[in-house]
Design a protein around this ligand. Structure first.
Ligand code: TXA
Ligand code: MG
Length: 344
């Protein structure tokens, strides 16, 4: 199959392929998604197949208007309306109680819920309208790989496998949407952190509940099935590092002494601190700019994933605010997190 690249001028052709049950990737403000019409079981199964995604991991339904969601669910709670008003179109996914039989069974992976999101990208909102049916949209990477933030990433994983991709530039946010479960009887719960933070959600709907703690004191298995899988990982081993410039230098020196070829993905001061000892470096912006780090994380992981590199050192940051989204991805990609003792 030849994978075609569509633009604003050829969006009608992309919509026509989708209506025929073909898979076409689309841009969003977070990452590129792998699109297929959400009502067509055969089309949805092609998406699972193209990604190599386990069948127990459900897909998000992407809509261009709130009324599509209201019609598709048993109840549309006031909280959902408040969140849609505040954050849609935008990087927020809401899990709601599904009306049975609306969408292809495969997309719910056996759950009684469906997740919805209205992406903030003009081409994709237009594509959904032209197609006339909501689209599933898991991140358009092969399962386990970093999510794609540009068309080149989509083609690296999917060229020849899918019918097409809509060119929409580099994605603005760079990490996937915040997933919030509104069906938990105990209260709304974040299942996947994103740049719409816990604090931002609470300012609209009041307190969220943490994922439940069992009597044994351990955390219950996360309810977003996707969270249990290895994810976001390049082939090259990733070590996450949090500490001072001196601590970075010590890590790099030890790896060098062990004969390893090193790449570094970090903000300016850490890149500079280790520059003379590494084979490759990718600068994530100015130290402290979490938005820039989210924006470049996946591109950095893909760019530095080379045969000529033995280990990638990637900057870790505090797990707060939008840093929670970043660390959620980084700790899944990394085989190890090393922190300077004074930070423990
Ligand atoms: O930003 C995004 O959300 C991107 C863009 C393309 O929209 N999409 C995306 O989809 O990240 P995906 O499939 O890679 O991640 C969706 C996550 C998975 O962890 C999945 O298990 C969870 O959301 N999820 C989806 N539907 C769910 C449901 N009904 N119940 C629980 N978790 C659900
Ligand atoms: Mg994904």
């Amino acid at each position: 199959m030849k994978t075609r690249v569509f633009t604003a001028e050829t969006l009608d052709q992309a919509a026509a392929l989708l209506r025929q049950g073909k898979v076409v990737a689309f841009p969003t403000e977070t990452v590129y998604g792998l699109g297929a019409i959400a009502t067509n079981q055969a089309a949805v199964l092609k998406v699972f197949q193209a990604k190599g995604r386990p069948s127990d991991n459900p897909l998000i339904v992407h809509v261009a208007d709130v009324s599509t969601v209201q019609e598709s669910v048993e109840t549309f709670p006031p909280m959902a309306q408040a969140l849609a008003d505040a954050f849609w179109p935008g990087p927020l996914t809401m899990i709601l109680q599904a009306k049975p039989g609306r969408y292809a069974p495969a997309l719910s992976a056996g759950l009684a819920t469906v997740s919805f999101r209205m992406p903030d990208h003009p081409l994709t909102l237009e594509l959904i309208r032209k197609t006339g049916v909501p689209l599933v949209g898991p991140s358009a990477n092969r399962s386990t790989k970093p999510s794609p933030t540009k068309v080149a990433h989509v083609l690296a994983d999917m060229d020849g496998v899918i019918a097409g991709v809509v060119e929409g530039g580099t994605t603005k946010v760079g990490v996937e949407s915040t997933v919030v479960d509104l069906t938990n009887p105990a209260g709304p719960t974040i299942l996947r952190p994103g740049v719409i933070t816990k604090e931002a959600l609470e300012s609209v709907i009041g307190p969220l509940v943490e994922q439940v703690q069992t009597t044994a004191g351990t955390f219950e298995a996360p309810k977003a099935p996707g969270m249990k899988y290895r994810h976001y990982a390049p082939s090259t081993p990733v070590v996450a590092v949090e500490g001072s410039a001196q601590f970075w230098q010590a890590q790099v020196a030890a790896a060098r002494k062990a004969g390893q070829r090193i790449a570094v993905l970090a903000t300016d001061q850490y890149c500079q601190a280790v520059a003379e000892h590494v084979q490759e470096s990718y600068m994530q912006g100015t130290t402290g700019d979490v938005a820039a780090m989210n924006h470049t994380l996946f591109d950095g992981l893909r760019t530095l994933d080379r045969d000529t590199i033995d280990v990638m050192f990637v900057e870790a940051i505090p797990d707060i605010g939008a840093g929670a989204a970043y660390m959620n991805r980084l700790t899944k990609a990394a085989s190890e997190v090393v922190r300077e003792a004074t930070l423990e």
